[in-house]
Ligand binder design. Structure first.
Ligand code: 1PR
Length: 585
């Protein structure tokens, strides 16, 4: 798994992707510099010849999706990129970065069918500078349980397995963790006790057979391998390109190994997963035709003055960069009129994403209008195509609103997973960690839970007429239409369909600044085993402590308080830390 698909942007146009995968065991358990498997010896005489240009980084992008952020990070550090076109480019690389994306089996298929796997093995065997990222680490192992068992490159002993969600840990593992550094790794020297960003459902485990490879581990239910290093060969399970400054320093240390960058690592105990603080930008075109960040009051984004204009709180790219600098753990863009406009026609929105991803090195989510669509020329676009364009433009995750409600209703009616819903299509290709479902529920008060067929809860604060219960009705089209499905039923259904995360809004609380709807967030975060992002209503730092201490939310998202500069992100995090809640600083 671990992000992104096989799209038309494939660098290796000739690679055929089949469902079967052949194992490419290139090195046995005893990795040695002089041993090359006979399978490869007989096929080609591969020799490694490094190119001389110091400013060039060779990138192995086998076309499985969004490596734009890796490209952006490399360029940001002042390097140029040479894309691998043939196996020879791998052998001739001066330094090679392999940001594995997509699922294990199709990745191995591409490596096998293009000869890239063989070249990779030779390159690594010759101790040439290599950095694998995420799946780029997992592929070095003998095999993976993902879509398998499937054979890997076999350089490192061990099997890549799935996290065990039965232990109460949410899978995918999404978010920021500190590492337990076990040996000098050069590239990790600046990390110390700072957090790095992970997003994966599969992981490799330490064993005595692979002990000499491991440079750091991380604890998430199990202790898993966070990075490996042998000689000049490095690989990390986390995403340096999405880990803010600390991640950029990992890349810089790989690209400039001799640089005398400061700060040596400090020992620390492995941390828990940090709670995330997310800045959200609701984006739409205003009446002058400019794309602006707006903010609703219970989803009403128009000023209540005579002109009735769309509230304009700033420019999307500038605000995203600002929030990144301020310490946001993620930035979300919601194209709030996407339900009526066709997002691929919304070129400014795609441009916003492209520009933002050049300077924002934490995860970017984009939502709005992700659904199947037929344009005025009768050209049909699948939701997968729409999402792919967002991914290519720099999104790490996409968020589905209205279409997820339709899919869940259909699924609950038929109990059949057709494989055709946007959630299923996109998660199948990009992995479920890339698919967020955004829920826009409205509180419906009840005197008695038996009044509705949907799950209701006893409220901590009674309704306006003394009601003690409520159910949460899902809406579509930006809260304009209520649907016959509750937030609880929707959350459970979309998890089954393959969503990897839930963004849980609440129309009643949106823009009110009176705190999150803790009752709702507790109900949903207890019901599913995927991460839940609490949203709507933040007005003070205490509201974040409240939601994290009373619910199982993995992240909290806010918009208005950040846009109006009422509470800086830093103050939120300092407060959480003071209250003993782990966050990334
Ligand atoms: O239905 O797939 O096209 O997706 C549309 C997306 O746009 C959905 O994610 C939906 O939540 C969002 N959306 C649609 N209309 C509005 C609106 O405000 N009129 N915004 C809207 C939803 C809610 C939050 C907001 C939090 C925090 N915005 O994202 O940022 O409530 O606000 P606060 O901290 O100020 O309280 P589709």
């Amino acid at each position: 798994m671990d992000a992104a698909p096989f799209t038309s942007s494939s660098t290796f146009k000739t690679a055929s992707i089949s469902s079967s995968s052949t194992s490419l065991i290139c090195l046995s358990k005893n990795f040695s510099r002089n041993h090359l498997p006979s399978k490869f010896k007989s096929r080609r005489n591969l020799s490694v010849r490094a190119s001389n240009d110091d400013s060039v980084v060779t990138l192995l992008d086998y076309g499985a999706g969004n490596v734009r952020s890796v490209r952006n990070a490399i360029r940001h550090l002042g390097f140029q990129i040479k894309d691998v076109q043939t196996p020879k480019d791998i052998l001739n690389a001066r330094r090679l970065i392999f940001p594995g994306v997509g699922a294990f089996a199709p990745a191995m298929d591409v490596l096998n069918s293009t000869g890239m796997g063989e070249a990779l093995c030779t390159y690594i065997q010759n101790d040439r500078p290599f950095l694998g990222i995420c799946l780029g680490l997992q592929l070095l192992f003998e095999s993976s349980e993902e879509n398998g068992p499937v054979g890997g490159l076999g350089l490192i002993p061990g099997v890549v397995g799935r996290f065990d969600s039965s232990k109460g840990f949410r899978v995918p593992h999404i978010g920021w963790n500190a590492l337990q550094i076990t040996k000098d790794s050069e590239i990790l020297d600046d990390i110390g006790n700072r957090h790095v960003y992970f997003v994966h459902s599969y992981r490799a485990m330490p064993s005595k057979e692979n002990k000499d490879w491991i440079s750091s581990t991380c604890n998430y239910g199990d202790e898993f391998i966070a990075s490996v290093r042998k000689g000049k060969v490095h690989a990390v399970q986390f995403h340096p390109e999405k880990s803010g400054d600390v991640g950029l320093s990992v890349l810089r240390r790989f690209l400039l190994p001799k640089s005398s960058l400061t700060e040596k690592r400090t020992e620390r105990k492995a941390s828990k997963l940090a709670k995330r603080v997310i800045a959200c930008l609701d984006v739409r075109t205003n009446d002058e035709g400019d794309l602006v960040v707006t903010k609703g009051d219970q989803y009403d984004v128009r000023e209540h003055a005579e002109q009735n204009e769309v509230r304009n709180l700033g420019k999307p790219v500038e605000l995203a960069a600002q929030y990144y600098r301020d310490g946001a753990d993620e930035v979300s863009f919601l194209n709030i009129t996407g339900f009526r406009d066709f997002p691929l026609g919304d070129l400014p929105m795609l441009q916003v994403l492209r520009s933002a991803s050049e300077n924002v090195f934490v995860p970017l989510t984009v939502g709005g209008g992700i659904r199947d669509f037929t344009d005025s020329n009768d050209r049909y676009y699948s939701s997968l195509e729409v999402a792919s364009e967002y991914f290519r433009s720099g999104a790490d995750k996409i968020s589905i609103g209205s279409d997820a409600v339709h899919a869940a209703e259909e699924y609950l009616k038929t109990k059949v997973k057709t494989g055709k819903s946007s959630i299923e299509q996109i998660s199948r290709v990009y992995g479920n960690q890339a698919v967020v479902v955004s829920i826009d529920p409205r509180r419906m008060y009840l005197n008695d839970p038996s009044e509705v067929e949907f799950k209701s809860i006893r409220l901590t604060k009674q309704g306006p007429n003394g009601e003690e219960y409520a159910w949460y009705q899902c809406t579509i089209n930006g809260g304009r239409e209520g649907r016959p499905i509750g937030a609880y039923e929707l959350a459970k259904a979309v998890e089954e369909l393959g969503a990897g995360e839930i963004l849980l809004n609440c129309i009643d609380c949106d823009g009110q600044g009176k705190g999150f709807d803790v009752d709702l967030i507790k109900m949903i975060s207890d019901a599913v085993s995927i991460p839940v992002i609490a949203s709507s209503g933040a007005g003070a730092v205490e509201h974040f402590t409240d939601v994290f201490s009373k619910t199982n939310a993995s992240a909290a998202l806010a918009a208005g308080i950040f846009h109006r500069k009422e509470v800086p992100i830093r103050s939120v995090k300092e407060h959480l830390l003071k209250e003993g809640i782990e966050v990334r600083i």
